[in-house]
Design a protein around this ligand. Structure first.
Ligand code: ADP
Length: 387
């Protein structure tokens, strides 16, 4: 099996691949990136170059991804060579292009925010303010998303679109209660498994914390969210993991509902809790699905699972924060022998995701406190305080 992209998602596929005895071949974007540190069989090159993709996938029956950016025409060319991509190009485009995704959700009659393609200030005005403008392609972690309250706010996104040639869509500014994530695995033969719906806290467009299952989530709404994700996976022909990012809100009559925000077709940050908190992790089920093997149970191991991301904090004036990451180990591990730590082999930089911690158990408040405290040690916050 080949994996394109050397980020932390590819890195975290390596342990279950080793356990299942599945050899991995990696195309990394640079020497020494996160996944290249743990996958010995890797080449370094550009995923936009077909010859490089061919070299990376030679002798592999299937190819999957750490990110969604491999050009569709290259995936078709690989398929003609006999290397099948999971997810395939027809499904993947819905994770690459938000306008294509919105059109598909409309076709499937999936609940979603009001939206429209916009190209000018007049279009934005006609759509109505306030709204959210998004580039249809290439955004991530909140980059490429603007909350627009005045026409002046729309200038930057429209100029970005004009400069890059990427289309822009407007969405109603959803007044959500919280963000949810429904993750499913689906195999080419159509078997599917749904994980418990998780609640996710985003700070500045970046996932910060995840609790699974989402606390106080209406039972029927949780079931509806899982069924929605299964239906989207089936209708779009997704293979591997599909994460459906949702807004929890209320409809005009005051009844709870979910609206589709975005689709991701790969293991997702909101599913990292499954590494320790579920019988089968999203990474293992992604591999099983890609190989069309029977899926593992997505059942949780405990009542609650909590994941907290470790993000680089503000750099100190002398840059001394960089390299502090491992200083957190003695403290965090000594304080909590049940803590599960996942670091990505990345340098600590402001705002960068460099790892996460997982805990699971019965007492949600205790789990949140422990996971936040551990993440703070790794960030260096606590170390700085005590100096
Ligand atoms: P990205 O591709 O960067 O992940 P998203 O479309 O998921 O972009 O948006 C990032 C964040 O911006 C969301 O997690 C949410 O907090 C906020 N957001 C996005 N769309 C809307 C919307 N229509 N209404 C309110 N908030 C939104």
């Amino acid at each position: 099996m080949a994996v394109i992209g050397g980020g932390q998602l590819a890195r975290m596929m390596a342990p279950p691949a080793a356990e299942l005895g599945v050899p991995l071949r990696l195309l990394a974007e640079a020497v020494g990136v996160s996944a290249a540190q743990v996958v010995p069989d890797h080449i370094v090159g550009d995923y936009r170059d077909l010859a490089t993709l061919r070299e990376a996938t030679e002798g592999c029956a299937v190819v999957t991804f750490d990110h969604e950016h491999v050009p569709t025409e290259h995936l078709r060319a690989l398929a003609a060579d006999g290397v099948i991509a999971h997810p395939g190009p027809e499904a993947l485009v819905h994770a690459q292009d938000k306008i294509v995704m919105r059109e598909a959700m409309a076709r499937l009659d999936a609940p979603q925010p009001r939206w429209a393609v916009v190209a000018s200030a007049a279009d934005v005005e006609a759509f109505g303010l306030p709204c959210v403008l998004k580039v249809s392609r290439g955004g991530y972690d909140g980059k490429g998303v603007w909350v627009v309250r005045s026409l002046e706010d729309a200038e930057e996104p429209l100029a970005t679109a004009e400069r890059t040639g990427v289309r822009v869509l407007a969405e109603e500014l959803v007044d959500f209660r919280r963000e949810l994530s429904a993750i499913v695995a689906r195999s080419p033969s159509g078997q599917a498994a749904a994980y418990p719906v998780a609640a996710t806290l985003q700070v500045d467009g970046v996932c910060s914390e995840v609790v699974a299952p989402a606390p106080d989530l209406d039972h029927d709404l949780a079931t509806a969210a899982q069924q929605l994700a299964l239906r989207v996976a089936g209708e779009l022909g997704v293979t591997g993991i599909l994460a459906v990012e949702l807004f929890e809100t209320v409809d005009a009559a005051g009844a709870p509902q979910v609206l589709v925000n975005e689709l991701a077709m790969r293991p997702h940050n909101t599913g990292h809790w499954t590494q320790d908190g579920a019988v089968t992790s999203q990474f293992e089920n992604h591999l099983r699905a890609v190989l069309d093997l029977p899926l593992g149970s997505p059942a949780p191991r405990a009542r609650w699972s909590v994941m907290v991301n470790i993000l680089g904090g503000e750099e100190l004036a002398d840059g001394s924060e960089v390299g502090r990451l491992y200083d957190g180990y003695p403290h965090a591990l000594a304080r909590d022998p049940h803590l599960r730590v996942h670091l990505y082999g990345k340098d600590l930089r402001p705002g960068r995701k460099v790892g996460h911690v997982n805990v699971y158990g019965d007492d949600l408040d205790d789990l949140l406190e422990r996971a936040r405290h551990a993440a703070a040690w790794f960030r260096g916050d606590l170390g700085n305080e005590s100096e």
